[in-house]
Design a protein around this ligand. Sequence first.
Ligand SMILES: [Zn+2]
Length: 165
Amino acid sequence: MKNQKDNGILKRKTKAFLAIPDKKPCEILRVVFLLFLQKLQQFLYGRYGGDKFSIFLLVLGLVFSLFGRLFFWPLFLLADALYIYALFRMLSRNVPARQREYAAFLKVWSPIENWFRFQKRRFAERKQYKYFKCPHCRQKLRAPRGRGKIEVTCQKCRQVFVTKT
Ligand SMILES: [Zn+2]
């Protein structure tokens, strides 16, 4: 109810404004743009918006449409379905359902992301540190390079072993 009332006031104000003949076109454009922004804001109000899952769906859609171009055209349909699903999620007003989806997605995605992050760090530090695993519990460990053979105590299981750095 409140929104409708606000819209009414807004429309009346706009009409009054546009009726004045000697306003500069750029000012009219500015008002139209502001009105557009306001409409957009009203449209997006209460909607879920973007998250990493939607980005993932869009990227997957891009991959499928590329594969569709290269190999097998029906993959385009799959890409479109992914785009539509991503758009549906962003504009959805059922925020709790979208949050549940997102939590389920993160459960699968986070380990993958962490693995890539670890590889990146390992590569960046490849000259300073040697990375290795504890032979007993598989815990990932690192030691500064250039110290020859060293005795390492695992931080997790306290196993002592020798490794080259
Ligand atoms: Zn260990």
